[in-house]
Write a protein that binds this ligand. Sequence first.
Ligand code: PBG
Length: 346
Amino acid sequence: MPFNGRPKISSRTGTPAPSFPTTRMRRNRRTDWSRRLVAENQLSVDDLIWPVFVHAGDEPKIPIPSMPGVVRYSVDALVDAAGDAAALGIPMIAVFPHVEAALKDPQGSNAVDPDNVVCKAVRAIKGANLNIGVMCDAALDPFTSHGHDGLLRGEEILNDETVEVLVRQSLIQAEAGCDVISPSDMMDGRIHAIRTALDAAGHTHVQIMAYAAKYSSGFYGPFRDAVGSASTLGKGSKATYQMAPSNGDEALREVALDIAEGADMVMVKPGMPYLDIVRRVKDTFGVPTFAYQVSGEYAMLRAADERGWLDGDRVVLESLMGFKRAGADGVLTYFAVEVAHRLKSG
Ligand code: PBG
């Protein structure tokens, strides 16, 4: 609005309509204390969920080349790492397995073995009595020889048959002490089936965080290296079950269904390219809404920082604040521990 010397008075409120020079947006930005005072969003350690990888061997930490700074822990080393995370105040970790090739088959049988590495890790962490939640994926991809999240017949990923396996996987994870089941498979109807089975088995307190709007994304590449499904999946596509990056309205239908089926919390994934979805989900449903800053996002920020092309410390916090501003109640991020350290030291 051009300034003509006489500020317009709003007939409705009687206050001058904002205009320069009475209004100077920079006034509130002049000092550090004022900037802090007008901050609309805060990032705290309570917003962080730390995804971790575990393997069945003895090697405490195996580096993941496409995710510098991220490792696969042995079960013992993971208990220590979870203890450190708990001491930092991180509310929850998400445990992902690296399964040795010999244990993989087309059915993903190891996923429903109560002695698999996920269940061992959950029992060990829970046995350490830490003040930290443990979340586990319901999905078959780390366990299948074809790298898909579900059962395969010919070219087709079977929906209802897969859901039956996911139910069994969820039950053994709950039995091992898992606090939150996180179905990441995108089969239809799995939230209802898992909720019903958990309740019937007496696990009424076990929460469900649904990967409700999960896109078929190239940003998962480094994760597939970490869990060892990159080679098994090969050029295989998950586009018949994960969402197309072109679609936003469809995400709201997915989220509505998962809430109706009994999800306690919902997640949007990946994160940064899908902040519009986070905002729409939060505004539409008002339920606890999370975003996953996925492996490819981590790798990009880390690589640019390593090359000196970006100031990593700065852009990591900026990216996480972006999630908060978009309406996320929390973020799954591989940066959780280092961010928690920095938030602690101020
Ligand atoms: C598997 C799963 C994936 C991720 C979490 N659970 C990969 C995929 O769907 O292929 C991705 C996490 C990341 O990239 O950080 N169902």
